[in-house]
Design a protein around this ligand. Structure first.
Ligand code: MTE
Length: 325
């Protein structure tokens, strides 16, 4: 039996996928785009999405849509929901983009987040209680995947700084380390034993406290679809998408730089900082431009994904660091 080790987004999509498959997928995505443009977005969503969400809607409806924060103007059209919901990176459910059906197996209530490490007192945070303690707002953010595609999403959520304050870290904490759930019965992608589960990501305390760092609990005016990383994920719009960890179950404060999932898989290609920079190519492809999801457009990529005014100061005077990998 031939066992082929999946390589997924480690390779630029157009290189990783046979051309005919790639072109057909694009035709499909384009078709879905015109349905959305015709104003029947919901009709293109898989039926199981609508079913799986019925109970969640009643509990969480009061939070969504959050009031839009006008500070964050993406300067690009929002990616249609149905296109975004059918094109995801969530390796727990498979190393390809069509994981939306598989992800419906994820049970998102009850959901708890363990807060531990260098904090005054470790505790378990219930997700529904967390929602009562924060103020949900909507932000339109650009998202740039390391695979050189991008999207624009109306996320709902709250600043990561508010989560840090709730956690009450000690002054010795220098990094925040986050983990995704592990459940091989639910997330069959986790049967791929060559990956270092759980998915782990980390940021510095300064990055966590930056105004842009956003804990996401909803999108498109509703609670998160499961494939987006329900019930709670991170979004760091100035970094490559793999830093924006999904379905978080643990947040730890530490004085050691966390080693992330992809850094463990291939440290030469994926580092801790992973800030967007068109001038620093991935070892196997260019990062100069990006394909805008749901369109035929390729646009120039911008340093820090265009968010430099918010974040560039965080990296001043850092010598010898691979800031853009
Ligand atoms: N988080 C977990 N737990 N597992 C993943 O596979 N993929 C990352 C990131 N967060 C990933 C994850 C990558 S590579 C990207 S580009 C974004 O999620 C994709 O988010 P989306 O599916 O909502 O577009």
């Amino acid at each position: 039996m031939l066992i082929k080790r999946p390589r997924g987004w480690e390779i630029a999509e157009a290189l990783a996928t046979p051309e005919d498959v790639f072109l057909n997928r694009r035709a499909l995505i384009k078709g879905a785009g015109s349905i959305a443009a015709a104003g029947v977005i919901g009709a293109a969503l898989p039926a199981e999405l609508a079913l799986a969400r019925a109970d969640e809607r009643t509990v969480w409806a009061k939070y969504y849509p959050g009031k839009r924060n006008p500070k964050y103007k993406p300067g690009r059209p929002i990616t249609p929901e149905d296109i975004n919901a059918a094109y995801n990176n969530f390796y727990e459910f498979g190393s390809h983009k069509q994981i939306s059906r598989a992800a419906q197996a994820l049970k998102v209530r009850p959901w708890t987040i363990r807060i531990d490490g260098l904090v005054e007192k470790p505790f378990i945070l219930d997700f529904d209680d967390l929602l009562k303690k924060v103020s949900i707002e909507e932000r339109l953010y650009r998202h740039r995947c390391v695979e050189a595609w991008s999207m624009t999403v109306p996320w709902s959520g709250f600043p990561m700084a508010d989560l840090v304050r709730l956690a009450r870290p000690l002054s010795s904490a220098r990094f925040v380390r986050m983990e995704t759930f592990v459940d091989k019965k639910v997330a069959r992608g986790q049967l791929a034993h060559w990956y270092p589960w759980p998915y782990v990501e980390g940021v510095t305390m300064a990055e966590a406290m930056n105004a842009l760092a956003f804990m996401v609990t909803g999108a498109y005016g509703k609670p998160l679809h499961k494939q987006f990383g329900a019930p709670i994920r991170l979004h760091l719009p100035w970094k490559y998408g793999f830093k924006s960890i999904k379905s978080i179950v643990r947040v730890s404060f530490t004085d050691k730089r966390p080693k992330s999932f992809w850094e463990t898989v291939q440290g030469r290609e994926y580092g801790f900082w992973a800030n967007v920079n068109p001038k620093v190519p991935h070892p196997r492809w260019s990062q100069a431009t990006e394909r805008v999801l749901g369109t035929d457009e390729r646009v120039p990529t911008r340093i820090y994904n265009g968010y430099g005014p918010w974040v560039a100061h965080l990296y001043k005077n850092m010598k010898g660091e691979r800031l853009f990998m």
